[in-house]
Design a protein around this ligand. Structure first.
Ligand code: C2E
Ligand code: MG
Ligand code: MG
Ligand code: MG
Length: 275
């Protein structure tokens, strides 16, 4: 029996969909062995203080380059890796790699941020993996920051509260990522004991929409009232950076300052910007 009208059911089964489903299967199969084959790499996007624009840290962003194929975007392979659990070993690799890089190549004033997903903080081994990476690299825990998306935190609130508290206990910092894209009530904002709120690019006005700027300034004030640091993501224009600085936003990140760049380019950038 068909769930809805026969015509729409037939319409769903077009050759394009079948191809796409098969493509996804091919990609997932390749993903299984990608870690062992060393196909992942990391790029780093600087975060800067506002208004000075001095770099304060970087965010690590995962890249997958299967040989002989075009790179697969994170928005495609990360949800896949979350579903099949591969994100746990991949995430452990990211944590080991980034802590080592930060300890060896970044000035002590700069912090390394790493994205973690719900599947990772549901895994009881996460804390140990972080502990081991901090020990092996000798990176000060306060120089590591974990980013958890608002949607992930809200979908597993109790777990998120606990994971954030565990990180706080070992001195690792935490941030809410993509703030403004999910539904969190204001009371949850205070229950999640994070150090930082990252405001999603979608909340950043692209033009002179005064009402949107008022709303954004109010969000910045609200975060400060809750004693959270505020960073705006996806800053692409000069005047966005200026308006945000005027509104009291602490930090910014976006193509205006730098795109995500490979390790060598980051070292050159840091040499230039920090000395
Ligand atoms: P995110 O953590 O919110 O990262 C920000 C995304 O915005 C990145 O996309 C970055 O390249 C992009 N971006 C930065 N500045 C600008 C800008 O000025 N304009 C525009 N249009 N985009 C900008 P990317 O690298 O494709 O990553 C997508 C998402 O994949 C990330 O969103 C994050 O949720 C996830 N991700 C990336 N690496 C990891 C990882 O190692 N582990 C996990 N669990 N998730 C990751
Ligand atoms: Mg992030
Ligand atoms: Mg984000
Ligand atoms: Mg995002």
């Amino acid at each position: 029996r068909r769930a809805s009208g026969g015509e729409s059911w037939v319409g769903v089964y077009n050759p394009d969909m079948a191809r796409r489903a098969q493509d996804l299967l091919v990609i997932e199969t390749a993903l299984m062995g990608a870690l062992e084959r060393n196909e992942f790499s990391l790029v780093y996007q600087p975060k800067v203080l506002l208004p000075s624009r001095r770099p304060s840290g970087v965010e690590a962003l995962l890249r997958w380059n299967p040989p002989g194929r075009p790179p697969v975007p994170p928005d495609l392979f990360i949800p896949m890796a979350e579903q099949n659990g591969l994100i746990v070993p991949i995430g452990a690799w990211v944590i080991a790699e980034t802590t080592r890089f930060a300890a060896e190549h970044m000035p002590p004033s700069m912090r390394m941020s790493v994205n973690v997903s719900t599947v990772q903080f549901r895994d009881p081994g996460l804390l140990d993996a972080i502990d081991a990476a901090l020990h092996a690299s000798k990176l000060k825990p306060s120089r590591l920051e974990l980013e958890i998306t608002e949607t992930a935190a809200m979908s597993e609130l109790t777990l998120a509260i606990e994971a954030i508290r565990n990180m706080r206990n070992i001195g690792v910092r935490t941030a809410i990522d993509d703030f403004g894209t999910g539904y969190s009530s204001l009371s949850y904002l205070t229950r999640l004991e994070v150090d930082k709120i990252k405001i999603d690019q979608s909340l950043l006005p692209k033009d002179g929409d005064e009402r949107m700027w008022q709303v954004l300034n109010a969000i910045i004030e609200l975060c400060h009232a809750a004693d959270r640091e505020v960073l705006a993501e996806g800053i692409e224009s000069e005047w966005q950076a200026e308006r945000l600085a005027e509104g009291g936003c602490d930090k910014g990140q976006g193509y205006l300052f730098s795109r995500p760049i490979p390790p060598d380019a980051l070292r050159a950038y840091l040499q230039r910007e920090v000395g």
